[in-house]
Design a protein around this ligand. Structure first.
Ligand code: HEC
Length: 133
């Protein structure tokens, strides 16, 4: 075998090794990078603030973050109306808190992470402009 050819094989081996090492690290963190891996049976059509978003908030958040409770047990954060929720969409803490990605206090506080479909619905609504619809 010519030395040029050996050299080429060596380089291919190096590239494959490097790819394997980096892909291992990459997949270790996939949970943080892509918190939603597989979401089945999740209806993401026709998402509206007045429907799916308020349902999720009422079921999981407004027992602390409603307008009346926000100042006592909701850390002063009122998610009870579209207007009061909007600043936390703008500063990303609403999405980060439910993603539990370390960029905001993990929510819902002292409870399980929201199910993947609820998170996907929130993400989709935000990606569509977080409209007051
Ligand atoms: C048991 C009460 C409780 C529930 C339920 C709850 N929160 Fe909170 N939330 C708090 C408190 C208290 C804080 C203030 C920060 C802290 O103490 O962790 C807070 C903070 C936040 C913040 C600001 C985070 C930051 O780092 O700036 C956001 C956004 C938020 N909550 C969203 C939500 C959402 C969305 C839900 C529902 C999915 C939810 N919370 C459910 C009590 C709650």
């Amino acid at each position: 075998m010519s030395s040029l050819r050996k050299n080429r094989i060596f380089h291919i081996g190096t590239v494959i090794t490097v790819l394997l090492v980096f892909s291992a690290c990459y997949y270790d963190k996939s949970d943080t990078i892509y918190p939603i891996t597989v979401v089945t049976n999740c209806d993401t059509t026709n998402i509206k603030y007045a429907n799916q978003i308020t349902s999720i908030l009422n079921a999981n958040c407004n027992n602390c973050h409603s307008a009346t409770l926000a100042n006592s047990i909701g850390g002063g954060i009122n998610l009870g109306s579209y207007a009061s929720l909007k600043p936390y969409i703008t500063n990303s803490s609403f999405l980060n808190s439910v993603l539990r990605n370390g960029k905001a206090a993990p929510m819902p506080k002292n409870a399980n992470k929201l199910d993947n479909c609820s998170i996907l619905v929130i993400q989709t609504w935000i990606n569509q402009g977080a409209l007051n619809n």
